[in-house]
Design a protein around this ligand. Structure first.
Ligand SMILES: Cc1cc2nc3c(=O)[nH]c(=O)nc-3n(C[C@H](O)[C@H](O)[C@H](O)COP(=O)(O)OP(=O)(O)OC[C@H]3O[C@@H](n4cnc5c(N)ncnc54)[C@H](O)[C@@H]3O)c2cc1C
Ligand SMILES: NC(=O)c1ccc[n+]([C@@H]2O[C@H](COP(=O)([O-])OP(=O)(O)OC[C@H]3O[C@@H](n4cnc5c(N)ncnc54)[C@H](OP(=O)(O)O)[C@@H]3O)[C@@H](O)[C@H]2O)c1
Length: 279
């Protein structure tokens, strides 16, 4: 405790970064182990909050209401869990650095062994619970929105709860295709998994390294394009679409799917569009 009764930094921390794998200078996969080693139970698709202390200056600039909340010194943000709940040694997260962000530039300074705050409560309804078994699940992600789908695939690939899982990941550059080799291997080894990466900003031209799809995820969801890439029909009766990441993508794809007869799911009105907005 400090003389004014507030927690010291070490008292705030309750978890350790055990591993960090940088995919680019802006994209990283980190593993976090809570003190005592007890990883909380969760459903694939859920998220947990991570946090780091604010500086003295950041605390002084807080509105007074925020200053009296229980842990005012912490900057806390939600992160989807990418590991499977079967992995009991750590939780894994895929993170992108938001240059103007409050938390991620601080997170980027941490190496393995670095201390962090992790909530003891897992949250979120973006899970497979609301999807009847035996359907086609179309998992649409922009950027780090792929993380909850990785948890689902790692957990259920060998005993699928779906007829087919179609994973569509839209990113800026090929290097941002996190878990690409794992997803390619899953698709190769399981006929019920289809992986469709699409990039928007890779250089073009005869010497271009990227030979795959270019554009945004909407292109793949065009009914004709979907049929040609997946070999199946994007039909509301058979498919549930899960959208994760950029809120503008979610809004745009929702509109597109509603025109094709899909409906947003809610606990009161079951539907076949499910989403998790990252900001
Ligand atoms: C349920 C949920 C799950 C999430 N899971 C992940 C995850 O698995 N991986 C991950 O990297 N992020 C995830 N996020 C986003 C994360 O919570 C933070 O918002 C993000 O890391 C930025 O934090 P920051 O403090 O650095 O930026 P902030 O200070 O919070 O944000 C600054 C501005 O950056 C924009 N912004 C915020 N997040 C993003 C983003 N991810 N990409 C682009 N622009 C953004 C917003 O316009 C925001 O106003 C999730 C968010 C939610 C709500
Ligand atoms: N990824 C990087 O290389 C990089 C580098 C530095 C900083 N950052 C920061 O990281 C944050 C997140 O970047 P991100 O690349 O992970 O996420 P992002 O900006 O959401 O972009 C991911 C993919 O989503 C696409 N997209 C954007 N709006 C869309 C919409 N309305 N509908 C469909 N697709 C849409 C993007 O296409 P478009 O390319 O057409 O927008 C891109 O292909 C940003 O704050 C960014 O500044 C990222």
């Amino acid at each position: 405790m400090t003389p004014d009764g507030s927690a010291t930094q070490e008292e705030v921390f309750n978890a350790t970064i055990t591993d960090r794998q940088d995919l680019t200078s802006e994209l990283t996969i980190v593993r976090v182990r809570p003190d005592g080693g007890k990883v909380p139970d969760f459903e694939p698709g859920q998220f947990i909050k991570l946090g780091l202390p604010r500086s003295e200056e950041e605390c002084a600039n807080l509105p007074s209401a925020a200053r009296v909340r229980s842990t005012p010194r912490l900057i806390r943000r939600a992160y989807s869990i990418a590991s499977s709940p079967r992995q009991r040694a750590y939780l894994e997260f895929l993170m992108v650095r938001v240059e103007v962000g409050k938390l991620t530039p601080k997170l980027w300074t941490l190496e393995p062994g670095g201390r962090i705050w992790m909530d003891d409560k897992v949250s979120g309804r973006f899970t497979l619970e609301s999807i009847p078994p035996g359907k086609d699940i179309v998992m649409v992600a922009t950027g780090t929105g792929i993380a909850p789908f990785i948890s689902m695939l790692r957990t259920y690939a060998d005993a699928p709860r779906w007829r087919r899982a179609v994973v569509i990941n839209g990113v800026r550059y090929a290097a941002d295709l996190a878990y690409r080799s794992e997803l390619e291997a899953l698709a190769r080894d399981h006929s019920h998994i289809v992986y469709i990466p699409i990039v928007s900003r890779e250089p073009t031209g005869p010497a271009a390294a990227w030979t795959g799809l270019r554009g945004r995820v909407q292109q793949v969801l065009d009914p004709h394009a979907y049929r040609s890439h997946v070999g199946a029909v994007l039909a509301p009766r058979d498919c549930h679409v899960m959208l994760c990441g950029n809120p503008e993508m979610i809004m745009s794809v929702q509109r597109m799917l509603e025109e094709q007869g899909f409906h947003v799911h809610s606990p009161a009105q079951p539907g076949n569009i499910h989403f998790e907005r990252y900001w």
